[in-house]
Write a protein that binds this ligand. Structure first.
Ligand SMILES: Cc1ncc(COP(=O)(O)O)c(C=O)c1O
Length: 415
């Protein structure tokens, strides 16, 4: 795949191969990551990247759009079929831009949005003060119940009645449980707010029927084709026909210019792949693996936030082990296991230190890992946690990580 690059830019070629080695020899447990099929890399590296195109099928600003119209229509139709949606816009360059598109379609700067707190599991784009969403809009946040660590629906209702938001946002980056979309949709209806669900993390599980779908309940649903959908690197929006026109014109010309056509092609493939039985059974395994991992880590003395998981995410409280997220994240990375330090609800530590880590099972499940490997991975994580300063033990674990990773070869041969 990179044979020409090898001849013309050996420096960059070597760096990409270094990263390939890391991906092959490590245990990848970052919850937003996956390993994409070769087809995705082929399409994203295809001649589609040469074309410039703005607008939508049938209404373009550049000539030579006939084939591009067919491909975009294919991607749209597949997204609609996969999720049972009335309308799909597959142009957002990322999940963040999908959310930006929905906000700018439905509300005005200064309007109130009600989303989940970042440190309770929400995403930056749900109203964080460091993000456009918290700067352009008046952001109010809900969180999880201190005891159950599950979303506090009563708090959402209270805040909604008090602040009368124009949009209520559900969806999260580090929340391991199902979200009751119907309940929040009723709260939104009662205060005449739009209901946006950002399913970026769980879109693949939703597509496979492993996770409840927000589509019947939300006015708009955003997502990424990366993460559990395990495909193209980009975003998309699903919505009811009623607001389709507003959504389209908010994305283009509202917040984006020309499309990334190589990514658009890869999105069409992602949606088709997600309809296959093979994909559905992988997603089923992703959720089973997360449950197994949570249970094993719990047995080994970690505290699992909410006591378990319904999706691909395991949130781990490290305080029983007397270490921080930063310390474990770095120690795990040194042996080739990648996770990310993450705030847990009501975390006493700062975001750069944290009391927890977020662990995801998508990438390793796609490689072929099952229950046996989840038990092994939990054991490795625990050995690292208990030997943080023991260089010799960490060196041994590094060797074991490599052996385990190579039981599941990634992209055979030279790429
Ligand atoms: C819930 C949620 N929404 C949106 C995004 C943003 O996606 P992107 O990184 O493609 O902008 C993320 C990314 O982590 C996410 O977790």
């Amino acid at each position: 795949m990179l044979k020409n690059l090898k001849k013309s830019d050996i420096e960059l070629y070597n760096m990409i191969n270094e990263e390939l080695d890391r991906q092959r020899n490590g245990i990848e447990m970052i919850a937003s990551e996956s390993f994409v099929p070769l087809e995705i890399m082929e399409i994203q590296g295809s001649i589609l990247t040469n074309k410039t195109m703005e607008g939508f099928p049938g209404k373009r600003y550049h000539a030579g759009h006939q084939v591009i119209d067919k491909i975009e229509t294919l991607a749209i139709e597949r997204a609609k079929k996969l999720f049972g949606a009335e309308h799909a816009n597959i142009q957002p360059h990322s999940g963040s831009q999908a959310n930006q598109g929905v906000y700018s379609a439905l509300i005005k700067p200064g309007d109130t949005i009600l989303g989940m707190k970042l440190d309770h599991g929400g995403h930056l784009t749900h109203g964080s003060p460091v993000n456009f969403s918290g700067k352009v809009y008046n952001s109010i946040s809900y969180g999880v119940n201190a005891k159950t660590e599950r979303i506090d629906y009563e708090e959402i209702e209270k805040l909604a009645k008090k602040h009368k938001p124009k949009i209520i946002v559900a969806g999260a980056s580090s929340y391991p449980r199902f979200i009751d979309y119907e309940k929040i949709s009723i709260i939104a209806k009662n205060v005449e707010a739009y209901f946006l669900v950002d399913m970026a993390h769980v879109a693949g599980l939703v597509a496979a029927g492993i996770h409840p779908s927000p589509v019947p309940y939300a006015d708009a649903v955003t997502g990424t084709t990366t993460k559990t959908l395990a495909g193209a690197r980009g975003g998309f929006i699903l919505c009811k026909n009623e607001i389709a026109k507003k959504i389209n014109s908010a994305v283009f010309p509202g917040v984006q210019g020309s499309m990334h056509l190589h990514i658009m092609g890869a999105k069409a493939y992602t949606f088709k792949k997600a309809m296959t039985e093979e994909y559905k059974s992988t997603m089923k395994q992703v959720a089973i693996n997360a449950k197994t991992l949570a249970k094993e880590l719990d047995n080994l003395g970690f505290r699992i936030v909410t006591g378990g998981t319904d999706n691909h995410i395991v949130m781990v409280d490290l305080r029983p082990k007397k270490i921080t997220g930063k310390i474990l994240d770095e120690a795990l990375e040194s042996v080739g296991i990648t996770v990310n330090k993450n705030m847990i609800p009501n975390d006493p530590e700062s975001p750069m230190v944290t009391s927890g880590v977020r662990i995801g099972t998508t990438a390793m499940t796609i490689k072929g890992a099952k229950r046996k490997e989840m038990i092994e991975i939990a054991t490795l994580i625990n050995r690292v946690a208990e030997n943080i300063e023991n260089v010799k033990v960490l060196e041994n674990i590094k060797g074991e990580v490599k052996i385990l990773a190579n039981r599941f070869p990634l992209y055979k041969g030279e790429l």
